[in-house]
Design a protein around this ligand. Structure first.
Ligand code: DGL
Length: 277
């Protein structure tokens, strides 16, 4: 039965586990196959054509794992590649942009919305266009924040350097009197506390991972693709494209729970090596 198959999730690296964490909350008994393209991360600094090519390869791999739907956890891939993936592949493909846009429009009062993301995500204008297409009186203020991904990966979650960088990035948005800020990158939920401190209590933070997971649940229910009568917790099977050594350690930080042992995969050869050998 189609509905008993796992959900496929992919990201440029480990960051997409923030989306898996939210999916776990929204759909606790679904099995998840996760692909992190750790050999080629980051995508956020790459050109649109490269991002689209990588996104197609990532999706192709997940389809070979026999998934019922694909969740594009990576904001950069959602921004550049979603329309192409929807056209090219026959399973439902869900991204993070539309759910984030919808959530921001539901929460804003003054219709002044800030967006932060990688350079590639901001350059795509995917969030801005999504907002303006649904509300032409909205004012959108977007800002690329390329230093935040490396700071989070370094583990500098509560660190004065991260606070200083956030002030530099967010103060202009705050000066524009935004009341809602979209966290348009897989890594930003991990520094939500620091972002909240700099943005101030008057700014609602939209966690794109959380809104994406709620949207996926809604759509799977509509499509009758939610697994039925499952009494066990869903499993998470990770695949990565680089060595698996530090996976468990980093995964625990992003995910807050254990996974099956990760496997290493070569997307070009499509051959798999066991992680633990
Ligand atoms: N996963 C990417 C995103 O959400 C961030 C990391 C990268 O640049 O690849 O845009």
């Amino acid at each position: 039965m189609m509905r008993e198959l796992p959900i496929g999730v992919f990201d440029s690296g480990i960051g997409g586990l923030t989306v898996v964490r939210q999916l776990r909350k929204a759909l606790p008994s679904e099995d998840i196959v996760y692909l992190g393209d750790t050999a080629r991360v980051p995508y956020g600094t790459k050109s649109p054509s490269t991002v689209v090519r990588f996104a197609c390869e990532d999706t192709q791999f997940l389809l070979q794992q026999n998934v019922k739907a694909v969740v594009v956890a990576c904001n950069t891939c959602s921004a550049w590649a979603l329309p192409m993936l929807e056209k090219k592949f026959s399973v439902p493909v869900f991204g993070v942009i539309l759910p984030g846009v919808r959530a921001a429009l539901e929460r804003t009062r003054n219709r002044r919305i800030g967006i932060i993301g990688t350079s590639a995500t901001i350059r795509s204008k995917a969030y801005s266009n999504g907002i303006l297409a649904r509300c032409d009186t909205a004012k959108v203020f977007a800002r690329p924040c390329p230093l935040l991904v490396p700071l989070v990966e370094e583990g500098w979650i509560r660190h004065r350097v991260t606070n200083t960088v956030l002030q530099e990035y967010l103060q202009p948005l705050v000066r524009h009197r935004i009341d809602t800020l979209i966290l348009g990158c897989t890594h930003y939920p991990l520094i939500k506390g620091a972002i909240r401190q700099v943005a101030g209590p008057g700014v609602v933070l939209i966690d794109s991972a959380e809104s994406c997971a709620l949207y996926v649940r809604e759509r799977l229910e509509q499509m009758k693709l939610v697994a039925l009568n499952r009494r066990r917790a869903g499993t998470i099977q990770p695949f990565v494209t680089d060595e698996t050594d530090r996976f468990a350690e980093i995964a625990a930080k992003f995910l807050g729970t254990a996974t099956e042992p990760p496997w290493r995969v070569d997307l070009t050869a499509m051959t798999y090596m066991s992680a633990h050998k």
